[in-house]
Write a protein that binds this ligand. Structure first.
Ligand SMILES: Nc1ncnc2c1ncn2[C@@H]1O[C@H](COP(=O)(O)OP(=O)(O)OP(=O)(O)O)[C@@H](O)[C@H]1O
Ligand SMILES: [Mg+2]
Length: 491
């Protein structure tokens, strides 16, 4: 029999939940605060904890932390006041199974507990763990090993089994749709429909009937009943792509659907109950759109319970070659025979240097093109698009972003300073300022400037850059370290 622990400082709440869950046939224990609950967790096996977040003293978040450390087989569901989405999000980050907003329908809680138990079972069979270990660089069809993408993978796995609305953001071509697909495929709805609708693709009136359906005769041309996508996606996931483009008059209607889980087809009198998980995607800054009045704020908050923000490809250069090899393999596999075995080193360097404004999609297209054009066994630079071949001129920038995001401006400035300091002067030291100068510091600056330039020209290959400057690899790495730019892998 599954054992549930209910934790709330309010006695009436404990009782209400306990009665409801006992009716479902669970064994139920209760505790009035986090401390009593943590003793219970240590003393006996608990499958699911349902705990209030806000309690005097040892609160729900602390209890969650305690459970994650001391009782890894226990799933935690937190109850929170309607307004405190922030602590709810914190809870999910810390590994809560889900949260439920007070006041809630007791049936919603029952379903959440049931799903948590299912996941607990899965976990105990070690499936999740094994999957995470063996495929750290892959979730569903998503590839990546940069810290940014590993964070995204982690979020996907935590969110997949919940019902939470997720807003997926990121530049065009960063993989938003693939993330939506992964959330669907990794969760309990994977056997049910996965439907994507592009909100920008049709006029307001059509969109409403597309989403909600219509009854025959409700407008000219509606010659029979039409089932909307919310109904078609029953049991599964509906992705509202380019949500920013959702016409303003449709927004309150969508908000109601999300809140009540009911749709009313155009021209119908009855509402239909729906069971659909909604994900939304956009490459625009939705918060700003809301602040500037182009998007309803209430809908924004409803959609943005959790946000997955995909980093642009230039912010995760660790992924570039991994993705390029992945696309190469896929393309070759799809074509059957191919003599191509990989990329030349020069090509790899160019791929690393280019800033990829079109992100992963642009990279995929570049690889596809190169495979088509390549006559030999390794892909050569002349088969890359012109823009990528020319990308070397912006190398410094991209490389540095790749090495350490956030330090871009500082380092870019250093390169510019160096250019100014050495322009056309040969070994002429230039003017010594009246107030004097710190020669050691000045030389150090010049050294780092040269190192960055050499690195850029060597496509990030440190050994090559060191050789260009007549430095030993060791001392090159030493100074790179001092600049805070050394990445973890030797190259
Ligand atoms: N991490 C990844 N691993 C493997 N393939 C990826 C990854 N990210 C993106 N892709 C591929 O890149 C292409 C673009 O991805 P996707 O359509 O998901 O981007 P998007 O963010 O939705 O773009 P847009 O805003 O233009 O709609 C797809 O072919 C997808 O398969
Ligand atoms: Mg897309």
């Amino acid at each position: 029999m599954s054992r549930i622990l209910i934790v709330d400082d309010e006695q009436s709440m404990r009782q209400m939940v306990a009665i409801a869950l006992r009716q479902e046939g669970y064994e139920v224990v209760v505790a009035e605060d986090g401390e009593v609950a943590s003793r219970e967790l240590q003393a006996s096996k608990v499958d699911v904890v349902v705990s209030d977040i806000k309690m005097p003293g040892f609160d729900g978040i602390e209890l969650l932390r305690f459970a994650r450390e001391n009782s890894p087989g226990t799933e935690v569901i937190l109850m929170t006041a309607y307004t405190s989405t922030e602590s709810a999000i914190e809870a999910l980050r810390l590994g809560a199974y889900d949260y439920i907003s007070k006041p809630f329908e007791i049936d919603d809680l029952k379903v959440t507990v049931e799903r948590a138990l299912e996941r607990g079972e899965l976990r105990s069979q070690n499936k999740l763990l094994r999957r995470q270990l063996s495929d750290r660089h892959k979730v569903d069809e998503l590839i990546g090993r940069s810290p940014g993408m590993l964070r995204v993978f982690d979020l996907i796995q935590r969110l997949a089994d919940s019902e939470i609305t997720v807003l997926i953001t990121g530049e065009s071509g960063t993989g938003k749709e693939l993330v939506a697909k992964a959330i669907h495929n990794e969760g309990g709805r994977s056997a049910e429909p996965f439907i994507v609708i592009n909100c920008a693709a049709m006029p307001s009136q059509l969109l409403e009937s597309e989403l909600f359906g219509h009854v025959r005769g409700s407008f000219t041309g509606a010659d029979r009943d039409k089932q909307g996508l919310f109904v078609a996606a029953a049991g599964g996931t509906l992705v509202l792509d380019e949500i920013c483009e959702l016409p303003i008059e449709m927004q309150p209607k969508l908000l109601r659907v999300l809140e009540d889980h009911k749709v009313r087809p155009v021209g119908a009198t009855e509402e239909i109950h729906i069971d659909v998980r909604v994900l939304a995607a956009t490459n625009r800054d939705l918060q700003r759109e809301a602040a500037e009045g182009r998007f309803r704020e209430d809908l924004f908050y409803r959609l943005n319970v959790i946000q997955i923000d995909l980093p642009s490809l230039r912010e995760r250069s660790e992924d570039i070659l991994l993705l390029a090899e992945h696309f190469l393999e896929n393309i070759i596999a799809a074509e059957g025979e191919s003599a191509i075995t990989g990329f030349s080193n020069e090509v790899k360097e160019l791929l690393l240097q280019y800033p990829w404004p079109g992100n992963v999609r642009e990279l995929e297209n570049a690889v596809r093109r190169a495979v088509t054009l390549e006559g030999g066994t390794t892909i050569q630079p002349e088969n890359l698009p012109e823009s990528v071949r020319a990308g070397g001129t912006r190398a410094g920038e991209t490389l540095i972003t790749g090495l350490r995001t956030g330090e871009f401006d500082l380092q870019g400035q250093m390169l510019a300073d160096l250019d100014a300091a050495t322009a056309g002067t040969g070994t002429d030291p230039g003017v010594i300022p009246d107030e004097g100068l710190d020669l050691e510091e000045h030389l150090a600056e010049i050294r780092s400037g040269y190192m960055l330039k050499a690195l850029a020209e060597a496509g990030g290959v440190q050994k090559k850059a060191a050789a260009k400057l007549g430095m030993s690899f060791r001392s090159f790495r030493y100074y790179l370290d001092k600049l805070g730019l050394r990445d973890d892998e030797a190259s």
